[in-house]
Design a protein around this ligand. Structure first.
Ligand SMILES: Nc1ncnc2c1ncn2[C@@H]1O[C@H](COP(=O)(O)OP(=O)(O)OP(=O)(O)O)[C@@H](O)[C@H]1O
Ligand SMILES: [Mg+2]
Length: 284
């Protein structure tokens, strides 16, 4: 089969696995009913390619966090299926699902979610410890050096800047070398320098370690660091960009937001809409 994907990636490194790391099929999710009904996911299907950096964008309330949580097995759809590394989540007991999450997924949240009483090193090593995994000391050192945390390992979160805390959170997600890193607005609370550092480490984890990263962001420049940008509107796919640049992302996002109407919370009911697949550069 010759690859028909119109991307122009230099196939970086050996990790060009064709099987998707995560596959979402026909996800639906509804909250409330009657007038109060919200449908954050409306028959949404999406493959997250392994060894790639995927960004998810869309207006506020379009379902990004809901989708990310489902992709990571933190939330369950009303219908549809999520398959992580070949395992269908719907068939799993709570215990198995918890174990799969712990073993295969690394999380980075907007609010860093560090344990206040633990120092940076202990925070970074915590998930591996919980998973009963032995941490590869070389990976740990490399991560800590890359993230500029060597001098901060014995500080507790309140003794660290926001950027440093977020880098600890990124190191924590990366160090156990999970199959997939999911990040919900990991730079949302950071100044642009710290945000840039976090993006660089996510980027190099993909390029150098073959990591798979899925990141929700509102920032076109952040999204442009990804290999692929997926746009959501009203709980549906509304477009996609391969090898994005900040301008094309901003334009696509504007188009999606314009067709969605209000970019405020409280989205569509019953997902009325269009799905204008806006490839970049929809000139005007
Ligand atoms: N637990 C819940 N109960 C009721 N409604 C919910 C719940 N979680 C999400 N929603 C609604 O579903 C919609 C999608 O929410 P979601 O958090 O996925 O949006 P988002 O795209 O991440 O938005 P933002 O950019 O503001 O973070 C919103 O209208 C939200 O109010
Ligand atoms: Mg969100």
């Amino acid at each position: 089969m010759n690859s028909s994907h119109a991307d122009s990636h230099p196939s970086s490194g050996p990790a060009t696995a064709p099987a998707p790391a995560i596959r979402a099929i026909g996800l639906r999710k509804t909250y409330g009913d009657g007038d109060a009904m919200v449908r954050p996911l409306d028959d949404l299907s999406l493959d997250i390619e392994a060894g790639r950096f995927t960004a998810i964008m869309g207006p506020s309330g379009s379902g990004k966090s809901t989708l990310l949580n489902m992709l990571a097995g933190l939330d369950t759809p009303d219908s549809g299926e999520v398959i992580i590394g070949g395992t269908a989540l719907s068939g799993l007991s709570d215990r198995k699902l918890t174990a799969l999450r712990r073993d295969r997924i690394g999380f980075v949240f907007q609010s860093f979610n560090l344990v206040p009483a633990m120092d940076a090193e202990e925070n970074i090593l915590l998930p591996s410890q919980l998973a009963g995994k032995k941490t590869d000391r070389r990976v740990f050192r490399r991560m800590v050096d890359l993230l500029g945390l060597s001098e901060r390992l014995h500080h507790r979160p309140h003794e660290l800047s926001g950027g440093q805390q977020q880098r600890v959170a990124v190191a924590r997600a990366l160090v156990s070398q999970p199959d997939v890193i999911v990040a919900d607005e990991p730079t949302g609370n950071l100044d642009s320098n710290s945000g840039e550092e976090v993006l660089s480490i996510l980027r190099s984890s993909v390029d150098e370690l073959g990591q798979t990263v899925v990141m929700v962001t509102h920032d076109p420049r952040a999204a442009a660091r990804a290999d692929r940008v997926v746009l959501l509107a009203d709980g549906r796919l509304a477009g996609e960009l391969i090898d994005p640049d900040p301008e094309s992302v901003a334009t696509a996002l504007m188009n999606v937001t314009a067709t969605t109407g209000a970019a405020a919370a409280g989205t569509s009911r019953a997902g009325a809409s269009h799905s204008g697949v806006s490839h970049a550069g929809g000139g005007r």
